[in-house]
Design a protein around this ligand. Structure first.
Ligand SMILES: *Cc1c(COP(=O)(O)O)cnc(C)c1O
Length: 426
């Protein structure tokens, strides 16, 4: 594929040509697909649970075999000793999110990490005690924020400030976010946004929001559950104080697998930040002296609590190696075309049948499109499933379709649109 804009065509031949010219097309073969009548399904739910990399099983088996063979000695022996195992993911994770290795760590799970980051970066005092979030943020984020606010002795009603779209609009305008930060900046302790928004598919201008918030003296964090492995991120340069994400959505690390954390370099050696401590965050040289005083590892690793689950990490390693070979810039290039193609095909459907609520500007979205259907969305979802197409449904009428560029083809997208068209005409 060349760099210039593509003129899309609504034909199978065109979709096949796009696939033939796609330099990433072979990565599809590195994943297991669920089957429908013997054929791989059209998998548009990689934003919910990514597919299993073929290498995941051998990597997990390798860890099991090291345990079988070496017992506790596996911490230091075997194919990949467990002691430094999480470090196998550090460089790749840093490349994935545009960070320095010092700034990232793979540990725990998303909601746990969000709490750990809130402990360090939500420090209400005086009049500056609010957290700014999106109205309708992902439930776990809302619960985490409300409980942290209460933990500090405030009520969510007074301390949680919510961003809502303008009346009649479905997504937020950057100018409105910036304006809210400017107007309420002195009362805001932390700006926390989900990027990409899980429901609308909207991506935010991280650099502009971070700059505006820092100008007001607020801390800034991002929940990147729907951005890691989806958007091309530059966390270090954009400069938020922290970010958290999970690795089972676009990152294909397996159900319930470990999350990722970014802590900006400016906080790497700050020992005055309050944090919840555990032995795995302690200086590696002296950790096993088992002394009473905590000496944090500089950078994100200093927030680790426990020694990590190696079997989960083994599966995640398989996927992170794929991302490293595919590279985020190339994936993002394909993703914009693939989602653009989906958008183009949806526009050919009978008027009034479907409305795309995700922003049309590719800069303001990732892979997924949120679709509102006028005609029996639940029945449509059943039809899709019956024809080997997996999407997901969010009440009352939203179907999310995420063509993840690692393993979804242009032909998949074309066929998905074909099922929609038949439903529209039935
Ligand atoms: C998926 C998702 C979560 C899930 O949290 P876990 O702790 O991994 O279960 C949280 N927040 C957002 C925004 C998500 O999209």
């Amino acid at each position: 594929m060349s760099g210039e804009a593509v003129r899309y065509e609504a034909s199978e031949a065109f979709a096949r040509r796009m696939d033939a010219e796609d330099p990433l097309r072979h990565f599809r073969d590195e994943f297991h697909f669920p089957r429908h009548h013997g054929e791989p399904v059209i998998y548009l739910v990689g934003n919910s649970l990514g597919l299993q990399p073929r290498k995941a099983k051998p990597y997990v088996l390798e860890a099991l075999e090291d345990w079988e063979t070496h017992g506790v000695e596996g911490h230091f022996r075997g194919s990949h000793p467990w002691m430094p195992y999480h470090e196998l993911l550090t460089e790749q994770t840093a490349r994935l999110v545009g960070a320095h290795p010092l700034e990232v760590v793979v540990m725990n799970t998303l909601s746990v990490n969000l709490h750990l980051m809130l402990v360090s970066f939500y420090r209400p005092s005086g009049d500056r005690r609010k957290i700014l979030i999106e109205a309708g943020a992902f439930p776990s984020d809302q619960y985490a924020v409300a409980s942290q606010v209460r933990f500090h002795g405030y009520s969510p009603e007074e301390a949680v400030l919510q961003l809502s779209p303008r009346p009649g609009e479905e997504t937020l305008r950057t100018e409105d976010i910036l304006e809210t930060i400017e107007r309420h900046g002195k009362e805001i302790a932390l700006v926390l946004l989900g990027n990409v928004n899980y429901l609308t598919g909207q991506a935010f201008d991280m650099a502009a929001i971070t700059r505006a918030a820092h100008r007001q003296g607020c801390r800034v964090g991002f929940d990147l559950a729907h951005a890691a492995g989806n958007l091309q991120l530059s966390l270090h340069d954009d400069g938020p104080d922290f970010a958290v994400w999970c690795s089972y959505k676009y990152l294909n690390g397996g159900p319930g697998t470990l999350g990722g954390v970014f802590v900006h370099e400016r906080h790497a050696r700050d020992k005055t930040l309050p944090r919840f401590q555990g032995w795995w965050g302690h200086d590696k040289q002296t950790r096993f002296q088992m002394g009473p005083d905590f000496e944090p590892i500089p950078g994100a690793e200093g927030w680790q609590l426990s020694n990590p689950p190696i079997l989960q990490m083994a599966a995640l390693r398989a996927s992170m190696e794929i991302f490293d070979r595919a590279t985020m810039p190339a994936l993002r290039r394909k993703s914009e075309r693939l989602t653009g193609y989906l958008e183009f095909l949806l526009e050919q459907l009978p008027p009034g049948f479907v409305r795309i609520t995700t922003p049309r500007d590719p800069q303001q979205r990732g892979a997924h499109l949120s679709l509102r259907f006028s005609k029996e969305p639940r029945k449509l979802l059943e039809k899709l499933t019956a024809q080997g197409v997996l999407c997901d449904f969010r009440s009352p009428d939203i179907i999310r379709a995420a063509p993840a560029p690692l393993y979804v083809s242009f032909l998949d997208v074309y066929r998905f649109a074909g099922v929609l068209e038949r439903h529209a005409r039935d």
